[in-house]
Design a protein around this ligand. Sequence first.
Ligand code: PLP
Length: 422
Amino acid sequence: MNLDEENRVNNLRKILLGDSIRDTFPIFAKYGQKRLCFLDSAASTQKPKCVIDRLTDFYSNEYSNILRGAYELSANATIRYEEARSRISNFIGSKSSDSIVFTRGTTESINLVSYALEDYFNEGDVILLTIAEHHSNIVPWQFLAKRKNLKLVYAKINNNYNLDIEDFYNKVKEFKPRLIAATMCSNVLGSVFPVKDIISGAKSVNALVLLDGAQYVAHNKVNVNKLDVDFLCFSGHKMYGPTGIGVLYAKRELLEMMKPFQGGGEMISEVTLDDTTFADIPYKFEAGTPAIAEVIALGEAVNFINQVGIENIYEHEKSVFEYAISRLSSISYVDMYSSKSSNDSGSVISFNIDGVHPHDFASIADNFGVQIRSGFHCAMPLLNYLKVNATNRISLGMYSDKQDIDMLIDAILESRKIFKVN
Ligand SMILES: Cc1ncc(COP(=O)(O)O)c(C=O)c1O
């Protein structure tokens, strides 16, 4: 790092603790004095200028398809694409960038595994999930279970809105699953699941483990190598990168064993009229022209997170989370569906307001400039389990601060007045 770069990085780290990190996200400037209170980063984060610039710059000055051109533009674009792969590989502590497969997002990563791993399962095998999974970590397994006649079993959550580890271990022992797929952080409850326990439970019965890192990787450090996890799935758009790009990390030997997900250009070694042999990993899983600019811009997003420092982001969001919990707890008619301890929570809080339906609250909040999510958050089985039809959900990013929470609380107080609830 040269001196200029070092100063820029130090500056970014410092400003994270103040208001000015928002200045690196153009959307906040656009709103000017009328503050944009964006509390829906779990759905998708806002984008920093460097990511937007990287996309524009690539299309304006460097664009070409990759892998297939003998000419300079294509060779350079290929280098940038592969640089992004190794940056992402380093970011999650992977030993080799061959373990990084680009997909469209967490959903496609999980679908890829559920299809490409099909031959590993025998009729009657069990897949253990948790009741708190996003639909994208349920539906692909249901498809697979129907195709191969497998059984899906779900571990419960406890009164603290985290994984019921006793129930989990009992189910591991009883059903001896061949695969366990669990979220690292619930997109509804905000609970950070005990990932090390999940992995050691899986190892005790020789099961493979897939972690859904969609709500985790932009908030906390991950090291797939230290965790010794088999699969990790995450989405670029939830970590300050573009939409349409995601990542599947898998151990090399698993990728080598798995069958291809889609057929087409670039995933082949040789094609005859009757048969095909496949390219080496990870290309075997990247059929067709990939999302080149998005991959490169995701690499930029990872660079940005590294510069701000994932530890700084974690500490900052933790302090905003604690503030939100203390303010929401002080309102007697707010019920929370989240652990009140920042030690086992991420950056998401679900709550309901007695007398105000979540959909009504979300639109009232919007009138106050507060943007939150309401509904079932793509987690119907969890909401059924909690016996609620919908919740309000706030979720934080590195740009969220206490002022956002104050605006939320004002909107909650006003909503009760509008609905004339005492
Ligand atoms: C926990 C979790 N898993 C998976 C997904 C799916 O991510 P994507 O829509 O980017 O594929 C989400 C999206 O909200 C999520 O929160």
